[in-house]
Design a protein around this ligand. Sequence first.
Ligand SMILES: CC(C)(COP(=O)(O)OP(=O)(O)OC[C@H]1O[C@@H](n2cnc3c(N)ncnc32)[C@H](O)[C@@H]1OP(=O)(O)O)[C@@H](O)C(=O)NCCC(=O)NCCS
Length: 169
Amino acid sequence: MDARTPTQSLTVMTDLVLPSETNPLNNLFGGELLARMDRAASIAARRHSRRITVTASVNHVAFNRSIPLGSVVTVEAKVSRAFKTSMEVYLDVWIEDRESGLRDKANEAIYTFVAVDETGRPTDVPPLTPESTLEIERFNAALRRKQLSLVLAGKMKPKDASELKALFV
Ligand SMILES: CC(C)(COP(=O)(O)OP(=O)(O)OC[C@H]1O[C@@H](n2cnc3c(N)ncnc32)[C@H](O)[C@@H]1OP(=O)(O)O)[C@@H](O)C(=O)NCCC(=O)NCCS
């Protein structure tokens, strides 16, 4: 399978925050943002693999900033590393100022998707070749995050998490 670049999976979704999507403080409800990120990440994983993709895990979410009612929110998703059948998808969330039009980073998240066949069985995905400095940084750290996710899910023994152990020795 030919390698693909993160740009080939880039998915950008822009939408407003409506009253039905807010919490009692009139900020975007966390679950609504998770759903928007899941949809964008799913499309990015599908663009990379050209297969059916399912969410295997949400590895990290940082709700650093609240997002007020009426905000214009942009979710950008790109595959940051492809493994055998799984892909890490990195998400950046931006809000834009109405008057200046400038964008501010609001949140970020990392999801894992698995490509599956019509029966739901995991199937191989093409490799990923990162290009920009940021893409290379995210690619290099992705194996460590995969091992952490597998250890937390009880699918890998901590003693086998070589990349994680390397952080502490
Ligand atoms: C995700 C799923 C296909 C994995 O199936 P599985 O039988 O565990 O398959 P495997 O053990 O072969 O794992 C497949 C890949 O997923 C990775 N994976 C599985 N669980 C993971 C986790 N918690 N974190 C990170 N990666 C994970 C494995 O490391 C493997 O990656 P690789 O092939 O690139 O090395 C299966 O668990 C599933 O269908 N889950 C439900 C998905 C779903 O419905 N999502 C929406 C929730 S509402």
